[in-house]
Ligand binder design. Structure first.
Ligand code: BDR
Ligand code: CA
Length: 340
């Protein structure tokens, strides 16, 4: 069993990460918290609740913490994830309510109550996590492990030429998080899934077709020649929503000359946290630029000890997209088959 403290900014690829983890029988969602990023915190929380319900996981506590980054105004990205954050999909109103508790308090409380048991996965800006580390500086010892989707090292950024979205939204939070991990034992250092390897996770129309097939649903064709915004008519609710979400993500990536495909960053990070996907890591000292207008939010990795500072992160250096997509299709296709 893996028990998660999950922080998301749902988000198309966050949605896929949630569906993937929900599909694994050995997943316990201790709580899922919302950081503003792709959309505002309220919308993140509603999307997350609705998705968990669609995935057969009602009743998970979903809470909001920060409503904006630590030191700069919030930017959201409807052009990347659609007006509600789920692309062309319009999710049903969730039956459950967003928790009245504060996300940061929840993280600290659960981590203290179950020392060494909980895995933290953050697929959003690091705002809530930085606040949790302020409140409980022993959090790195209390958690079983931490996986972060964020950063871009020897790879171009996806927000500025050098900066990745999650880190760019709240660079000050990211800087604080990496500083908090200085001097910690290697086994406790966050595993960082940066664009260097998450952009190898190219989900394509063929994978949507395979998902529908694994779900026992009618053939699901999302094709580049179809009109933009065409909605799925699948009789399988989960497949229909994922298909509508992914079509939007394909259209967005095509607009930026990356092809009719989608980089599913957060799904990869979820698989790393679950221990189901193949990957390798390299220790490094990571820091984040917060002063330069030109390089704001740029992550820098020192792999050679040139700064004379100990490693504070384990950066994913290799992964296996073929294995990852086979796992995704089998797990999420199976879930869609079960929940209909
Ligand atoms: C990250 O930014 C967000 O838009 C995605 O959900 C992912 O977490 C990729 O840079
Ligand atoms: Ca995300």
């Amino acid at each position: 069993m893996t028990s998660y403290l999950l922080d998301v900014d749902t988000g198309i690829d966050d949605a896929l990460a949630l569906a993937y983890l929900a599909a694994l029988p050995e997943t316990e969602f201790v709580c899922v918290t919302a950081t503003p990023g792709n959309v505002d915190a309220g919308q993140v929380a509603r999307n997350t609740l609705a998705l968990l319900e669609l995935c057969g996981r009602p009743g998970v506590e979903v809470a909001i913490g920060a409503h904006g980054p630590l030191s700069i105004p919030l930017t959201t990205t409807p052009e990347t994830h659609g007006p509600q954050g789920i692309g062309h999909a319009v999710l049903p109103e969730p039956a459950g309510r967003v928790s009245a508790r504060n996300a940061v308090d929840l993280w600290v409380e659960h981590a203290r109550a179950r020392p060494g048991e909980l895995t933290a996965l953050i697929t959003a800006p690091l705002t809530n996590f930085a606040l949790a580390l302020r409140q409980e500086p022993d959090l790195p010892d209390l958690l079983a492990g931490v996986v972060i989707m964020g950063g871009s090292f020897y790879h171009q950024g996806n927000t500025t030429p050098t900066a990745e979205w999650n880190t760019h939204v709240d660079p000050h939070a990211a800087k604080e998080v990496y500083a908090a991990y200085r001097g910690r034992p290697l086994a406790k250092l966050p595993i960082v899934c940066s664009l260097d390897t998450t952009e190898r996770m190219e989900l394509r129309p063929e994978h949507v077709r395979q998902l529908a097939e694994a779900a026992g649903a009618a053939p699901e064709l999302v094709l580049p020649e179809q009109p933009e915004g065409l909605r799925s008519t699948s009789g399988n609710t989960l497949i229909r929503h994922l298909s509508d979400a992914l079509r939007f993500y394909f259209e967005f990536h095509r607009l930026y000359d990356q092809g009719y495909l989608a980089h599913v960053h957060d799904f990869f990070a979820a698989g790393v946290a679950a221990g189901t996907l193949e990957y390798s890591v390299r220790p490094a000292t990571v820091d984040v630029e917060t002063d330069s207008a030109l390089l704001m939010g740029t992550t820098v990795a020192d792999y050679r000890g040139l700064w004379g500072a100990p490693p504070n992160a384990r950066i994913v250096s290799g992964n296996n997209p073929g294995q990852a997509f086979r796992e995704l299709v089998s797990a999420v296709g199976g879930l869609a088959w079960r929940v209909g």
